[in-house]
Design a binder for this molecule. Structure first.
Ligand SMILES: [Zn+2]
Length: 403
């Protein structure tokens, strides 16, 4: 079986590894604890507690494999970015299975020792915030290491000295792969080590592995793979790990059409990580020209959740043609531990260079705001046509219009 056939087959068989106890849109620490306890009784995994978050929630590690190459992968250092945490538990299920992939799995376990830290920021996960309990962004705390969670991750990496690091995040749904309307479902980054973005051997390797990930994913999402912007962030973990000789690969789980709950992107993560591990185990990344990394289209922020084009706005007796871009924010109801959506106007004016995940050409429609139409206003718009009005509410969008 060549690589493409293998990943296609894994893609088709993914459901048998999918950890059904968790969903990728919201994961709480209790669920992680339960799953970790189950892993503890399996021979394959060495499970440990690394320490606690500021609010006293355990941060766990799972180690397995006997190989010479050490890999460290961590997820959810931003609490509201849980997709990869779900994918990691799918991977654990894959590694503990016995089936037709035994040869592949055993090769990985023989060549690599895996170190995983799922959910680095459990307090943020509970509140569904990017930051930890004390409002610190852990990925801007790699220099000062003020937060216990940052310190745990940093100390672990320093002691382990892994050859490869996988930094797993979610990005918002407004990114595209290049200047197109193709949503960026997976975006990949080899973090730089300085402002001039030098490429040394450490970074070259992560670029090469990223090329292999991109190849593996391209049979499923040829138009939806992007390269994350590589501006140097001196306070971030990936940038500092690269500088310290860890070939770091950042994977951002983005948006794919009709995948609001991110189940499909979770599956893509599963494939992306396995393709990287395969390439590392077989060292076949060495044969790829690292410059191919730059052929992956850059991540651009060109999407709105809803784009209304060519509306007429009347102000003081004059008519203006405007487009209105509306975004839907996901908010957590802390008491109910469930989500609701709030829409607001993200931009307006000439939005002809942008795209909407949902778009409508409202030429001939007039927009009548309650107050003044402005950015950050709640998107409860009234849109009239021939004096008639019809209300539509969908997924947090409230627009009123007529047909
Ligand atoms: Zn993030």
């Amino acid at each position: 079986m060549n690589s493409n056939e293998l990943f296609k087959s894994l893609f088709n068989d993914y459901d048998s590894y999918r950890e059904k106890k968790i969903n990728p849109d919201f994961i709480n620490h209790e669920q992680i604890k339960e799953l970790i306890a189950k892993m503890q009784i399996k021979n394959l995994f060495r499970v440990g507690k690394l320490g606690e978050s500021l609010d006293g929630k355990e941060i766990f590690s799972a180690v397995f494999g006997e190989g010479e190459t050490k890999i460290l992968a961590w997820s959810q250092m931003h609490g509201d970015e849980p997709t990869a945490t779900a994918a990691l538990f799918d991977l654990f299920n894959f590694f503990s299975a016995n089936d037709k992939y035994d040869d592949f799995r055993n090769t990985l376990l023989k060549k690599i020792t895996f170190h995983f830290i799922p959910m680095v920021n459990p307090d943020g996960a509970k509140m569904f915030t990017r930051e930890n309990a004390y409002n610190i962004d852990l990925n801007r705390d790699a220099l000062h290491l003020q937060s216990d969670e940052s310190k745990i991750l940093w100390d672990y990496a320093e002691k382990l000295e892994p050859e490869f690091g996988f930094n797993l995040h979610d990005q918002n749904s407004y990114y595209t792969a290049g200047r197109s309307n193709n949503a960026s479902a997976i975006s990949l980054l080899s973090p730089p080590m300085n402002h001039v973005k030098s490429i040394n051997y450490t970074r070259e390797k992560s670029m090469q592995v990223i090329c292999r990930i991109s190849e593996a994913l391209s049979q499923f999402i040829p138009q939806n793979i992007a390269r994350y912007k590589d501006d140097f962030e001196p306070r971030a973990f990936g940038d500092n790990f690269t500088r310290n000789g860890i070939s770091t690969i950042l994977i951002e789980s983005g948006f794919y059409k009709n995948d609001i709950k991110k189940d499909f992107v979770r599956k893509l993560n599963f494939i992306a990580l396995l393709s990287a591990f395969k390439s590392i185990a077989e060292k076949d990344y060495e044969s790829i020209e690292h410059k191919k990394y730059f052929d992956i289209p850059e991540n651009e922020e060109l999407l709105f959740d809803l784009l209304l084009r060519n509306l007429t706005l009347n102000y003081n007796g004059r008519n203006f043609k405007i487009d209105v871009g509306i975004n839907r924010e996901k908010k957590l109801n802390k008491e109910l531990q469930s989500f609701y959506y709030k829409s607001k106007i993200a931009d307006l004016g000439d939005l002809s260079i942008f795209y909407g995940i949902e778009e409508h050409d409202l030429n001939g429609y007039q927009i009548i705001p309650d107050n003044k139409l402005g950015i950050d206003e709640p998107a409860d718009l009234k849109i009239f046509f021939n004096g008639q009005l019809k209300k539509e509410v969908r997924n947090g969008f409230i627009i009123e219009k007529v047909k």
